[in-house]
Structure formats: structure tokens, C-alpha cells
Design a protein around this ligand. Sequence first.
Ligand code: TRP
Length: 334
Amino acid sequence: MGKTILTGLRPTGNLHLGHYFGAASNWVKLQDDYDFYLEIADVQALTDNFDNPDKVRKNVYEITMDLLSIGIDPNKVNFFIQSKVPEIAELTVFFSNLVTVARLQRNPTVKSEMAQKKDLFGNNGESITYGFLGYPVSQAADITAFDGELVPVGDDQLPLLEQCREIVRKFNSIYGETFKEPEQILSDATRVKGLDGNEKMGKSLGNAIYLVDDDETIRKKIMGAVTDPNKIKKDDPANPDVCMVYYYHKLVNNPNNVETICAECKKGCRGCVQCKGALIEKLREFLTPIREKRKYYEDNPQLVQKILDEGTVKAQKRATEQMKKVRKAMKIDY
Ligand code: TRP
């Protein structure tokens, strides 16, 4: 077996194209060559959804089905549920001594999430909870409880990985060499823009295309996508680089077509309605095999449960071994 890969997802909603192109499509490519653990991070999801346990529970299954439907093979990847591996929570407690509150408050990912969640944490973050502020510590435990060496994520997660490495260095320097410092693996497209042209596609931004969207939903979303605002008439020349329809063509269409679209758009011989229609068709082609696979798992919920159960057993074994090392290093192996 190759190196250990650990990555995770918060079960708070379905996968969208941002997740897919930003990270998850890369997991499919990596699954053959590594010892791969894929965490459904329900405990982390609860840090900002503590008041909505039904949502988190439902999405554990939704997101697992989404991941299976894009071709993540449960024979190659250990799916597991974070809360079912309590060693992670134990390690989080030990790690929390090694991190200052100020350092967590400066974490760029935490800062930008706090800014997005003003309703929950107040305008200046005055209502932030201990649990949410500390989730980077818990994420460091997610990775190190399995001695994760490689972490394939979108670039929004890099500050969390940096924080993890700091914790690892501190732990190793105090208690002796115990953990490896994990490295990131970034995919080619690290961030996917939203339908509104926003730099990031996100559920909370309301600008996402989901893998579970049906044809009609996709049609409506693409028809409303941001195009070059200077193009008024069908045969005005336009700038494809500011157009979201062109941007998504680049993700799901083939390079030859993309070149033609670009040239026609610049020349003014391609109407937006035609261009949107072509994109809708390409998205349908892209989603067809994903929908078929998903339907299979929707019809076999006991299979989804079995995949989670079996992966979780393997994850528990690995974390149990790792925690023996940790307790020994910390001289708490009574
Ligand atoms: N924070 C990640 C997200 O919001 C999810 C996650 C939890 C994760 N644990 C992880 C990612 C460990 C990488 C490694 O998507």
C-alpha cells in the first residue's frame, strides 16, 4: 500500500460543481494508489449546525451517495463517519493545549467563515462558540489520527493544513517524534466560480450547480448565469473571459469546442441563448452517468450503510493503534 491519504467533507449539503472540480474529481484519480480514508465530518458539521442535527444526519447519507455516484470506489476508499471514531475527539482535547486562541482567531479560513456566518456568530464574531473556533484543532486530529501524509483539498483548506503542521511540530518537539507532517495535494482547478461570477461557488452563496440538480433546475440556473454585460444584442462581439457560461463550457466541454465557442463569441456570431443551450446539453451529458450511479445507491440504502459501516471499522482500527502511540508519548498510557 502507498502513502496514507486522508480527506474529509462536512455533511451540510449535496456536492456541487465546486466540490467536484475543486477536489472530489481528484480523489477519484488518487484512489488507486494510496491507502485512502474519506471522512464524513459530522462532528465538524455540527460546530456550525449544532441546532440542526436532522440536517447533518440526512446529509451524511446524501454526501456519501454523491461521492459514490462520481466514481469513488468503496473497495478502494474507506468511507467513515467522524463521530464513530471517538479517538479523534480524544486527540482534539490533547491538541487543544498546543494551540493559542489568538492563533485560531487569525486563521484565514476561520475568519472568512465567521464573516459569512454573521447570523450565528455576530457581526464581530462576538458570539463565536468554543467549538467552532476550535474546529481547526479537530481537523488536525482528523488527519493525524490516521497518520495522514497527503491531504487532497481545495485551496480554501490550506490555512487549516498549515495549522495542522504547526500542531504536529509542537507535539513532536514536546512529546517526541510521533506524527508525520501532512502535505496538501491540490487539484488543477482549485476553485470554481459561481453562477453569479463570484470567485467561489458555495451553498451559502446560493450560486451553485449541484450534481443532484435535475434538467429543469439546471436550465433555469444556466439561463440566469452571468454573461458579458456589454453584450446587448445577439450579434454583438463579446468577451468570453467575463462570461460564466463560457467558464463552465471550459469545465465540461471538449477543448476543440471551447476554442470554437471562444472565437465565435469574440466575433459576435454566437448568441448567448444558443451558447447556454449547448452548455445545458453538455451538463446533461456530464451528469447522466453520475445520475445513474446515484439512482442505484438510492435504491439500495442498506448498501450505503454497509459501505459506511465497513469503512468505519477500518478507520477505528487505525485510530486505535495511533492513539496507543500518542498516549505512550504523553505518558498517559496507564
Ligand atoms: N473542513 C473541510 C471542509 O469544510 C472538511 C474536513 C474535515 C477535512 N476534516 C478534514 C478536510 C480533514 C481535509 C482533511 O470541507
